[in-house]
Ligand binder design. Structure first.
Ligand SMILES: CC(C)(COP(=O)(O)OP(=O)(O)OC[C@H]1O[C@@H](n2cnc3c(N)ncnc32)[C@H](O)[C@@H]1OP(=O)(O)O)[C@@H](O)C(=O)NCCC(=O)NCCS
Length: 197
């Protein structure tokens, strides 16, 4: 799914992404996906078993979805997952989602991973639009998405049922033309220049 000519698009300064595989389930994914402190902000249903994740990988193969493992450059540690899914190849759009293990939050890895995901979606897959819906209380996800240049499109009212209450979700998206304007050469340096201004 990840052609070698596009591998550099998934390589950042502190993190890189590679295709996910079944062995990743027991290297952290199963624990993370059943940790409510992490999944609270995700729009997904109920607890997941090992078999659920195996089925998810098998049904999410390219070209239905692109699933990635997020790893640290310094020691190759697998720290999270990212996905592009819901592709529409006529209108050239898809959705995104990502999750990092608890101990790795707040170090900039989430934002850098999201940039790599957008870069891959726009430059390798030549999509025109990448979007998501983020639970209104998921401040870290909203902050990361806006930090890398996503725009808010509107509110999906009471989209999320969490802890017995319905919450709004915020629809966010980025367009290819916006990516090109924000990151003219698509380089990781352009990403850091924007982060540091
Ligand atoms: C969303 C997620 C991937 C972000 O990863 P991360 O590595 O912590 O992200 P970063 O360190 O790059 O940036 C987080 C930003 O959110 C901010 N943030 C974190 N918690 C916040 C809060 N409660 N309120 C406001 N801002 C918050 C941080 O300060 C930081 O912004 P800054 O760089 O301006 O200080 C991570 O929180 C996660 O895995 N959450 C659980 C799964 C999830 O919600 N995924 C997204 C589904 S839409």
């Amino acid at each position: 799914m990840v052609e070698s000519k596009h591998e550099h698009l998934l390589t950042g300064t502190n993190v890189y992404m590679r295709a996910i595989n079944e062995s990743d389930i027991d290297k952290g994914w199963l624990d993370w996906i059943n940790d409510q402190s992490l999944t609270k902000g995700l729009i997904l249903s109920g607890s997941q078993t090992r078999e659920d994740l195996l089925e998810y990988i098998r049904s999410s193969r390219w070209p239905n979805a692109a699933l990635f493992a997020i790893c640290l450059q310094k020691d190759d540690r697998y720290i999270g997952n990212a996905r592009l899914s819901g592709f529409d190849w006529v209108h050239r759009y898809c959705d995104y989602g990502w999750l990092l293990s608890g101990g790795t939050h707040g170090k900039g890895y989430g934002s850098e991973s999201l940039f790599l995901l957008m870069r891959y979606g726009f430059l390798a897959l030549e999509l025109n639009r990448i979007s998501s819906a983020i639970a209104s209380f998921n401040s870290a996800s909203l902050r990361c998405s806006e930090k890398i240049g996503m725009s808010r499109e509107g509110i999906q009212r009471q989209r999320v049922n969490w802890d017995g209450e319905f919450h709004d979700a915020i629809a966010v998206s980025m367009l290819r033309e916006e990516f090109d304007e924000l990151y003219p050469d698509g380089s990781i340096d352009a990403y850091w220049d924007r982060q540091n201004t």
